[in-house]
Design a protein around this ligand. Structure first.
Ligand code: GRG
Length: 258
């Protein structure tokens, strides 16, 4: 568990969680449990995604994947334990009035389960070998990628006792920025080296996977990521200047090179 969590990683989900709490006039103390919980879920999903029965990868966060070091059985269990730890942590969180700990647990469970992360992964596996439509690809991206980013923002906002209007604004921001994040990820898989990414590059093309660039080309994909980022930034309007860190994050996610 420690090997994969502390291997590095950009910590995007916890950062978004804390920035959302700030945008809703909360603070880090309130949102830290949720920030840690989403990183545990994310790291579990990476460990399991890298297993031979899934993506079969050797490199993650610049290091050998968990199962390459500890073997498949322990890697499965490390993922299971991180998934469970996320709920242990969030179960102890004390959000500001308006939301209960149960609301936070429900939000996280909905995201991690069959409707989002797991469902998206199933569809991704079933779509291996290519031939997916734009609509199917969007569903996978919404489920596998945008859902946990959106959940991170929503949990930060809920920890801070956000109004329904602010929560809705952050949900929209998460959905658009999450899709942009995945389009950029697909572009980087083609344009960057494994060394730079800290994970195996060029896998999508080698596996004949349907991606944004495979359907629309690199240039159109870049334009789409920029368009989605503008939609995300526009959604932040109700949050005013308190959302400046989220503005910065949206730009960073669009311009990142790993
Ligand atoms: C339930 C096993 C299981 C999987 C669910 C989330 C997921 C589906 C699989 C993980 C791998 C994957 C390709 C996810 C899509 C989102 C994505 C590109 C994740 C990488 O996130 P970064 O770049 O990673 O934030 P770091 O290492 O920086 O934290």
């Amino acid at each position: 568990m420690r090997y994969s969590v502390f291997a590095g990683g950009k910590r995007l989900r916890p950062i978004l969680c804390l920035a959302a709490a700030e945008a809703c006039e909360g603070n880090d103390t309130l949102a830290i449990p949720a920030a840690c919980a989403v990183e545990c879920i994310h790291t579990y999903s990476l460990i399991h995604d890298d297993l031979p029965c899934m993506d079969n990868d050797d490199l993650r966060r610049g290091n050998p994947t968990n199962h390459r070091i500890y073997g498949e059985a322990v890697a499965v269990l490390a993922g299971d334990a991180l998934l469970t730890l996320a709920f242990e942590i969030i179960g102890f969180s004390r959000p500001a009035r308006k939301y209960s700990t149960g609301d936070m647990v429900h939000e996280l469970a909905l995201t991690a389960g069959s409707k989002h992360l797991v469902g998206g992964q199933v569809m991704d596996i079933e779509g291996e070998g290519g031939g997916l439509s734009s609509r199917e690809l969007r569903f996978i991206h919404e489920s596998k990628t945008a859902a946990l980013l959106t959940c991170s923002l929503r949990l930060g906002a809920m920890a801070a006792g956000a109004s329904p209007r602010r929560l809705a604004a952050l949900t929209k921001f998460g959905q658009s920025t999450g899709l942009a994040f995945q389009v950029i990820d697909d572009i980087l898989d083609i344009t960057q080296s494994s060394e730079k990414l800290g994970k195996s590059a060029g896998k999508d093309m080698a596996a004949n996977k349907t991606t944004y660039p495979s359907l629309h080309g690199l240039q159109k994909s870049r334009r789409e990521a920029a368009r989605l980022t503008s939609v995300a930034i526009a959604a932040l309007k109700p949050l005013g200047s308190k959302a400046s860190r989220l503005h910065e994050m949206a730009h960073y996610l669009l311009e990142r090179d790993y």
